[in-house]
Ligand binder design. Structure first.
Ligand code: 26M
Length: 818
């Protein structure tokens, strides 16, 4: 008879080959004698998936047995990118698969490139969620991620004549081997309708009679940890029509109409909103928020009730993490379930709420805080609006006792914003109902305490924490930069840093070692070649490997100041043009690379992209300039493009006006890859200076505390001539399209220069000059590069997650035995 362990799959080359061929034949349904790269990828992915599922099952069983307190990470966005390489590396079977494939005549790397990106998110917040899932699994924490399974991910950016166009990303077209559809794990989600008062056992209670019902179906995405058997679940919900909903319409109405109507349900999970700025009061967006919250809360209650009877134990088993305010309806939903379905008293239910929620905000500006029009919420979720009003009433009453009748302050702190349009302030709701509130860098948390949430901080200082973001070294070094990974392991004499990032600091001992310098430079060269080949394939532009590869890749935003970068490039171009031959010899050659998506409705951001293209056109075709300066826009920047760009960068730019970038996580990935930073003192870069020292970074610009005063100076502020000159070049049509760029120029000149491009310009040029100077001194540059990577340990999401686990969620590791 077979033992239970005998079913486990083996990882020797013959077993792996058999397994891959088996999937070619039976899963992909191609002949094992003839299949192409994509089919080989599919078969490979399924073989990997089988091994993933073994560990995932074991972990789920282990968690069930141990019944630890779990953290439920609620986020509307996860930017996972590709999965294959990440999974085989975390499972520790990459080399075995690569060997097996090569014996079958395939190259692992080539097959890995067949996979499309899962872009179920916009930018920083979404990629952070993905990094944090990797760390939660690696550190053995009992965690579940919940989100939405959008059918259309973030739009694909296509550039036509220098303008951004958006194309749909129907990412599921070719199937998704990493998800497991759970047709039996479904929950009904209700919308609209009315609330009535009824009596139950002599007690008055509220009954919500919904007007519409949609079914949520679970799609599970196993997330493996590295160096552990633990594999946790990312459960994404898809909307399906509910049978309960419309039986009536089938009986009474037109059958065909009724079937067609059912399709509307699916629209809830059809599309990711492509704007990472502000809330627009769209009903579909609100439906998405509630849909995923309601399904997740039902799932959490089901799991809890499987093993527990008393709700007072709920806070001992459940921590709910709100990734920004997007899932904050969960507060009202848990309250509703406890009151209306579990029939707890308000007092007991509220007591539970106050113990289970924690809230992370990723925004700096007050305008970025989410508001929901009361009419919209009341119509879609009538019972939730009542509950929010009740929470607010109790809160304001308590507040009056504490601060007296300070009406200005009461008005500011209320969950309800009065005005022409009445709104629910989701951030106030989240702060009031969470036991812990945190920002994503030290500066950000400071801004929360002194500005955004000052009133709340004064009331509850103990609630406020700071958690500096981090990124996972598994994805951002091991997967994306294998040569650097091997080099680090060789010099540290161990691979342990992949789980224990603090070891990276050991590289400092070799910062001046000539042998390491040689190898370090080789690695950078290999990565620059890869990037240069990509640039040539994409744009036809040949770039010199001797040039400094200078990169700014991130979402396009005014506050991130891609415009400052372009103005700096125009200035550089202008200077070179006006030099004589001898001076030109001293110029440090640069390849400037810019990439990023603009939200489809964000006109100014779209103009910045066009400006980048016209300037590039001019410079790249100027015979006088040659290899001294090139400008490239990399289209459709996403996770897998980032994996190629970041390791190939010499310098990366992080130019946000101080006080505007909550944290910034791109900079952390560049730092880990030994790329030097040219940056303002903002968000996480402030903490980077502490780790690697000022001498190893090119810092510039006004500090956060100076920004307000600079803005006040307004018209009296003298902008440098160099700045006026480059803006004039654009206005005068040096690059064409002067009418189109007029509004862009108007935005940065005179009193309207809100993001202080003029004020920071000279300081920016000085930092650029310092970078040039350092680059020509190869030994110094390499040392700075080694020290950057060596000092990046604090920016691992492992550190961040451990802090959340210990100080916010109060959860313990729960490691699955091997
Ligand atoms: C809101 C309403 C409707 C549709 C979309 C949104 C929305 C989506 C994403 C709003 C904001 C979103 O993301 C904000 C974000 O990405 N913030 C960034 O978070 C990073 C991780 O903490 C930080 O490093 C960045 O500084 C911060 O800008």
């Amino acid at each position: 008879m077979l033992g239970l362990m005998d079913v486990f799959l083996k990882n020797d080359p013959i077993s792996l080959q058999k397994d891959i061929l088996h999937h070619v034949e039976y899963t992909v349904a191609r002949s094992r004698f003839s299949f192409d790269d994509f089919e080989a990828y599919q078969a490979l992915a399924h073989s990997v998936r089988d091994r993933l599922i073994e560990r995932w099952h074991d972990t789920l069983i282990h968690f069930k047995k141990e019944d630890p307190k779990r953290v439920y990470f609620l986020s509307l966005e996860f930017l996972m990118g590709r999965s294959l390489s990440n999974i085989v590396i975390n499972l520790g079977i990459r080399d075995q698969f690569a060997d097996a494939l090569s014996q079958l005549g395939f190259d692992f790397e080539v097959l890995a490139e067949q996979e499309g990106d899962a872009c179920l998110g916009n930018g920083g917040l979404a990629r952070l969620s993905a990094c944090q899932m990797d760390s939660l699994a690696t550190l053995d924490y009992p965690a579940v991620g919940y989100g939405l399974r959008y059918q259309y991910g973030l739009f694909r950016q296509v550039i036509v004549d220098g303008f951004q166009h958006e194309q749909p990303d129907y990412w599921l077209n070719f199937g998704n081997p990493w998800e497991i559809e759970r047709v039996h794990i479904t929950y009904p989600v209700k919308f609209y309708g009315t609330v009535t008062d009824e009596f139950l056992n002599g007690e008055k209670c509220k009954v919500w009679v919904p007007g519409e019902m949609v079914e949520a179906v679970a799609y599970d995405n196993p997330i493996p940890g590295y160096g552990t058997r633990n594999t946790i679940n990312l459960r994404l919900w898809a909307a399906k029509p509910s049978d309960q909903n419309d039986m009536e319409s089938f009986n009474t109405g037109d059958y065909v109409d009724a079937v067609v109507n059912r399709q509307r349900a699916e629209s809830i999970s059809s599309i990711l909103y492509p704007d990472d700025r502000s809330y627009q009061g769209k009903e579909l967006r609100l439906k998405q928020q509630y849909f995923f919250v309601s399904a997740s809360v039902q799932d959490i209650f089901r799991r809890f009730k499987d093993t527990h009877k008393k709700f007072d134990e709920f806070p001992e088993k459940v921590a709910l993490q709100l990734n920004d305010t997007h899932p904050s309806l969960a507060i009202a939903e848990v309250m509703r379930v406890l009151l209306d379905e579990e029939h707890l008293s308000w007092h007991r239910a509220w007591d539970i709420i106050c113990k289970i929620f924690s809230f992370t905000t990723h925004t700096v500006s007050p305008e970025g805080l989410e508001k929901i029009p009361v009419d919209l919420l009341g119509n879609l979720l009538p019972r939730h609006l009542q509950i929010i009003y009740d929470i607010n009433f109790n809160f304001v009453e308590e507040l009056k006792k504490m601060i007296g009748l300070d009406y200005d302050r009461l008005t500011r702190m209320s969950i309800v914003e009065e005005g022409a349009v009445k709104n629910i302030r989701m951030a106030n709701l989240s702060v009031i109902c969470s036991h812990t509130v945190n920002g994503v860098s030290r500066l950000h948390s400071e801004l929360l305490r002194t500005k955004l949430f000052k009133d709340f901080y004064d009331l509850w200082p103990h609630k406020f924490q700071y958690k500096t973001n981090g990124v996972t070294q598994r994805r951002w070094i091991v997967v994306s930069n294998p040569s650097l990974c091997a080099l680090i392991s060789k010099w540290l004499g161990t691979e342990a840093w992949i789980r224990d990032i603090d070891l990276l600091i050991g590289l400092r001992d070799y910062a001046t070692n000539a042998e390491l310098h040689q190898e370090w430079k080789m690695v950078k060269k290999v990565n620059k070649i890869r990037l240069a080949e990509y640039i040539e394939a994409m744009s036809g532009l040949k770039v010199s490997l001797d040039a400094m590869f200078d990169v700014q890749t991130k979402r396009i935003h005014e506050y991130k100041r891609q415009l400052l970068n372009i103005l700096g490039i125009i200035h550089r171009y202008d200077c070179i043009k006006n030099m004589d031959k001898n001076d030109r010899k001293k110029v440090v050659p640069r390849v400037c690379i810019i990439g990023g998506k603009a939200a489809p409705g964000y006109e100014i951001a779209k103009k910045i992209i066009k400006l980048c293209h016209v300037v590039a056109e001019r410079i790249n075709n100027d015979k006088d300039i040659g290899d001294l300066l090139k400008l490239v826009f990399i289209p459709d920047y996403n996770v897998s493009v980032a994996e190629m760009v970041i390791p190939g960068a010499d310098l990366s730019q992080h130019l946000s006006t101080a006080g505007h970038e909550a944290s910034g996580t791109g900079s952390m990935k560049f730092l880990m890859n030994g790329c030097l930073l040219l940056a303002t003192a903002d968000g996480s870069t402030i903490e980077m200076v502490e780790e690697i020292g000022q001498d190893n970074m090119f810092l510039f610009g006004a500090k956060a505390h100076e920004v307000v005063a600079l803005r006040k100076k307004g018209p009296t502020l003298k902008v440098p001539l160099q700045f006026s000159r480059v803006v004039r070049m654009i206005r005068d049509g040096h690059f064409g399209f002067e009418d189109y760029f007029k509004s862009l120029c108007d935005k940065i000149e005179g009193t309207s220069d809100y993001f202080l491009l003029g004020a920071d310009f000279m300081s920016y040029l000085e930092a650029q000059a310092a970078a040039d100077k350092a680059f020509v001194d190869e030994e110094r540059w390499t040392k700075m590069s080694i020290l950057s990577a060596a000092g990046s340990g604090r920016f691992s999401s492992d550190r961040t997650i451990q802090e959340y686990a210990e100080n916010t969620w109060d959860i313990q590791p729960c490691r699955c035995p091997f």
